[in-house]
Design a binder for this molecule. Structure first.
Ligand SMILES: [Zn+2]
Length: 314
């Protein structure tokens, strides 16, 4: 008797669970979709209100979606994926990131421009993910800031291996405790940095392009051969630092990483230069990525050498 009751109970529980799932699918999913699109719309309205070169339609109708991750102030971090095409196996996966620092306007705008180029020319050559604005709170304040809403430099908050040993020490000694370079309380303490490291973990890019300003150069971390120049910008390797994307992705994870430093934070390069930069980037990707480590297996870089060459601009 007892067992019959139990089995009745378990059947009832099973049916109830199925009804619950059904309700969730029928009622909650559409609401989630509406909420998502409202979040995208609202964020695009704010971005286009801040950046003259990004229209609301560029942002809202360009295929960007909410990643599911949010900034400290609850703004969605947007991304756009250019999936592999059925007819062609992509050569590699490539991640493009802009707006790590909210006051580097050109680093966000140029990523939107490149997405417009790819909207027309995506041929399946690469599998791309674009994150045009990693730090929405930094950009979307009345006075845009380098740091996020918690006052943390996201390019010092990545979970790189020497963060605990050297992150704070370098901030004290080299950056003279400048708040613009504050690395946070602990690695990945910030949702934006945490999102980026998770995206790298799951997407497993073969190369990363990270756009900054205003040093006017090409920097490079990781294995492989860096490009000697891109557009009118020449290679000048600056080294990296605990908590930077260069240290985390390039040095620790061995992913070739180009940091493109545009010459101005407020002015976009001319259209011809925007196209040249993109053409040269794609050319370099075709020639170099995936990187051949020469059969040496895991690529290792001497962190101590790299870390002596840090430049505090990026
Ligand atoms: Zn920057």
């Amino acid at each position: 008797m007892h067992s019959i009751r139990l089995s009745h109970l378990s059947v009832f529980a099973g049916v109830a669970f199925k009804i619950l799932i059904l309700c969730w699918i029928v009622f909650l999913l559409p609401n989630k979709a509406v909420a998502d699109s409202a979040g995208l719309k609202q964020t695009c309205r704010l971005i286009s209100g801040k950046l003259a070169s990004v229209s609301f339609e560029d942002c809202n109708s360009g295929g960007l979606v909410e990643s599911g991750a949010f900034s400290v102030q609850g703004k969605p971090i947007l991304l756009k994926e250019y999936h592999p095409l059925g007819s062609r196996l992509p050569r590699a996966r490539v991640l493009v990131v802009g707006g790590t620092h909210g006051d580097e306007y050109s680093s966000i705008s140029i990523v939107f421009k490149w997405m417009q180029i790819l909207d027309i020319h995506h041929s399946g050559l690469f599998h791309w993910i674009f994150v045009p604005l990693l730090n929405p709170d930094g950009l979307l304040q009345e006075r845009s800031t380098r740091t996020n809403a918690s006052g943390v430099d996201l390019n010092r908050n990545m979970p790189s291996s020497l963060w605990f040993e050297m992150g704070y020490q370098q901030w004290f000694e080299v950056a003279d405790r400048n708040p613009r370079y504050y690395p946070g309380h602990y690695p990945s303490s910030e949702p934006e940095a945490s999102f980026l490291s998770e995206l790298i973990h799951y997407f497993e890019p073969h190369a990363i392009i990270s756009v900054h300003s205003p040093l006017g150069l090409v920097d490079y971390d990781g294995p492989g051969s860096p490009p000697e120049s891109l557009g009118s910008l020449d290679l000048r390797r600056l080294g990296n630092f605990p908590g930077t994307l260069g240290n985390y992705a390039g040095v620790n994870k061995g992913i070739p990483l180009i940091t493109l430093e545009l010459p101005s934070s407020v002015r976009l390069p001319p259209d011809t230069e925007i196209s040249s930069l993109w053409r040269d980037l794609v050319r370099w990707l075709i020639e170099t990525v995936p990187v051949d480590t020469g059969g040496k297996g895991i690529w290792v870089e001497r962190e101590d050498i790299e870390l002596t060459r840090e430049h505090f601009g990026k």
